[in-house]
Design a protein around this ligand. Structure first.
Ligand SMILES: [Cu+2]
Length: 147
Protein backbone atom coordinates (compact mmCIF):
# COMPACT_ATOMS: atom_id res chain seq x y z
CA UNK A 1 0.00 0.00 0.00
CA UNK A 2 2.79 2.35 0.94
CA UNK A 3 4.66 1.53 -2.27
CA UNK A 4 1.63 2.41 -4.37
CA UNK A 5 1.33 5.76 -2.62
CA UNK A 6 4.96 6.55 -3.38
CA UNK A 7 4.61 5.54 -7.04
CA UNK A 8 1.50 7.67 -7.32
CA UNK A 9 3.33 10.59 -5.80
CA UNK A 10 6.18 10.22 -8.30
CA UNK A 11 3.71 10.10 -11.20
CA UNK A 12 1.95 13.19 -9.84
CA UNK A 13 5.30 14.97 -9.68
CA UNK A 14 6.13 14.07 -13.28
CA UNK A 15 2.70 15.17 -14.47
CA UNK A 16 3.01 18.46 -12.62
CA UNK A 17 6.43 19.11 -14.13
CA UNK A 18 5.11 18.41 -17.61
CA UNK A 19 1.89 20.34 -17.18
CA UNK A 20 3.44 23.45 -15.75
CA UNK A 21 6.86 23.29 -17.35
CA UNK A 22 6.04 26.30 -19.53
CA UNK A 23 6.72 28.66 -16.68
CA UNK A 24 10.22 27.38 -15.97
CA UNK A 25 12.70 29.99 -14.92
CA UNK A 26 9.91 32.00 -13.33
CA UNK A 27 10.14 31.43 -9.64
CA UNK A 28 6.78 32.73 -8.57
CA UNK A 29 4.84 30.58 -10.98
CA UNK A 30 6.83 27.46 -10.26
CA UNK A 31 6.07 27.87 -6.57
CA UNK A 32 2.37 28.24 -7.18
CA UNK A 33 2.30 25.03 -9.14
CA UNK A 34 4.57 23.08 -6.89
CA UNK A 35 2.12 23.79 -4.11
CA UNK A 36 -1.01 23.03 -6.11
CA UNK A 37 0.22 19.86 -7.68
CA UNK A 38 1.72 18.33 -4.58
CA UNK A 39 -1.75 17.97 -3.13
CA UNK A 40 -2.11 14.64 -4.82
CA UNK A 41 -5.41 13.00 -5.48
CA UNK A 42 -6.43 10.78 -2.62
CA UNK A 43 -8.89 7.91 -2.50
CA UNK A 44 -12.41 8.15 -3.86
CA UNK A 45 -13.55 10.14 -6.88
CA UNK A 46 -11.82 8.69 -9.91
CA UNK A 47 -13.71 11.07 -12.19
CA UNK A 48 -11.32 13.59 -13.67
CA UNK A 49 -11.70 17.27 -12.97
CA UNK A 50 -12.78 18.98 -16.14
CA UNK A 51 -12.50 22.67 -16.98
CA UNK A 52 -13.94 24.13 -20.18
CA UNK A 53 -13.24 27.69 -21.26
CA UNK A 54 -16.66 28.66 -22.63
CA UNK A 55 -15.96 32.14 -24.00
CA UNK A 56 -15.18 32.26 -27.70
CA UNK A 57 -11.63 33.13 -28.69
CA UNK A 58 -13.04 35.96 -30.83
CA UNK A 59 -15.38 37.43 -28.23
CA UNK A 60 -13.28 40.54 -27.47
CA UNK A 61 -12.56 43.89 -29.05
CA UNK A 62 -9.91 46.18 -27.60
CA UNK A 63 -11.19 48.50 -24.85
CA UNK A 64 -14.52 46.76 -24.63
CA UNK A 65 -15.66 45.07 -21.47
CA UNK A 66 -16.37 41.38 -21.68
CA UNK A 67 -16.51 38.27 -19.59
CA UNK A 68 -14.35 35.16 -19.64
CA UNK A 69 -16.32 32.20 -18.37
CA UNK A 70 -15.39 28.63 -17.54
CA UNK A 71 -17.32 25.56 -16.48
CA UNK A 72 -15.86 23.26 -13.84
CA UNK A 73 -17.22 19.71 -13.69
CA UNK A 74 -16.35 16.35 -12.28
CA UNK A 75 -18.12 13.34 -13.77
CA UNK A 76 -20.56 15.73 -15.52
CA UNK A 77 -21.54 17.31 -12.20
CA UNK A 78 -20.84 20.99 -11.53
CA UNK A 79 -18.09 21.64 -8.97
CA UNK A 80 -19.36 24.27 -6.53
CA UNK A 81 -16.56 24.51 -3.96
CA UNK A 82 -13.17 24.43 -5.67
CA UNK A 83 -10.14 25.40 -3.60
CA UNK A 84 -8.91 27.74 -6.30
CA UNK A 85 -10.05 29.34 -9.55
CA UNK A 86 -7.40 31.67 -10.95
CA UNK A 87 -7.32 33.19 -14.41
CA UNK A 88 -3.81 33.91 -15.64
CA UNK A 89 -3.63 36.24 -18.63
CA UNK A 90 -0.75 37.52 -20.68
CA UNK A 91 -0.22 39.04 -24.10
CA UNK A 92 1.53 36.74 -26.57
CA UNK A 93 5.31 36.65 -25.96
CA UNK A 94 4.92 38.60 -22.71
CA UNK A 95 4.49 35.80 -20.21
CA UNK A 96 6.75 37.59 -17.74
CA UNK A 97 4.07 40.24 -17.44
CA UNK A 98 1.25 37.78 -16.80
CA UNK A 99 -1.49 38.82 -14.41
CA UNK A 100 -3.68 36.66 -12.21
CA UNK A 101 -7.32 37.24 -11.38
CA UNK A 102 -9.52 35.38 -8.94
CA UNK A 103 -12.56 33.83 -10.61
CA UNK A 104 -16.03 34.82 -9.40
CA UNK A 105 -18.47 32.05 -8.59
CA UNK A 106 -21.49 32.34 -10.91
CA UNK A 107 -23.19 29.23 -9.57
CA UNK A 108 -23.79 25.86 -11.21
CA UNK A 109 -20.08 25.19 -11.73
CA UNK A 110 -19.62 28.42 -13.71
CA UNK A 111 -16.82 30.85 -12.85
CA UNK A 112 -15.76 34.02 -14.57
CA UNK A 113 -13.98 37.35 -14.61
CA UNK A 114 -14.80 40.67 -16.19
CA UNK A 115 -12.07 41.65 -18.56
CA UNK A 116 -11.05 44.56 -20.74
CA UNK A 117 -8.10 44.15 -23.09
CA UNK A 118 -6.57 47.55 -23.76
CA UNK A 119 -4.78 46.57 -26.97
CA UNK A 120 -5.64 44.28 -29.86
CA UNK A 121 -3.59 41.13 -30.31
CA UNK A 122 -3.35 37.58 -29.05
CA UNK A 123 -3.72 36.90 -25.35
CA UNK A 124 -3.14 33.63 -23.53
CA UNK A 125 -5.74 32.78 -20.92
CA UNK A 126 -4.96 29.94 -18.52
CA UNK A 127 -7.64 28.82 -16.09
CA UNK A 128 -5.91 27.30 -13.05
CA UNK A 129 -8.46 25.25 -11.13
CA UNK A 130 -7.89 23.14 -8.05
CA UNK A 131 -10.71 21.01 -6.63
CA UNK A 132 -10.43 18.15 -4.15
CA UNK A 133 -6.66 18.32 -4.45
CA UNK A 134 -6.66 17.92 -8.25
CA UNK A 135 -5.30 20.66 -10.47
CA UNK A 136 -6.32 21.32 -14.09
CA UNK A 137 -5.18 24.26 -16.20
CA UNK A 138 -6.59 24.56 -19.73
CA UNK A 139 -5.33 27.35 -21.94
CA UNK A 140 -6.96 29.27 -24.79
CA UNK A 141 -5.60 32.03 -26.98
CA UNK A 142 -7.98 34.98 -27.40
CA UNK A 143 -7.76 37.06 -30.55
CA UNK A 144 -8.63 40.59 -29.51
CA UNK A 145 -9.74 42.68 -32.46
CA UNK A 146 -9.06 46.38 -32.87
CA UNK A 147 -11.96 48.51 -31.65
CU1 LIG B 1 -1.83 25.60 -12.93
Amino acid sequence: MKKITIIFFIIAMIVSLTACGQGEGQGAKADHHAMSHNTKQTSGSAEPLRVDILTSANAFKANQKGEIKIRVTKGNKPVSHPEEVIFEIYKAHQQDASKKYKGMNKGNGLYGINMTFSKPGNYHVIAHVTANGTHTMPEKVFHVKPS
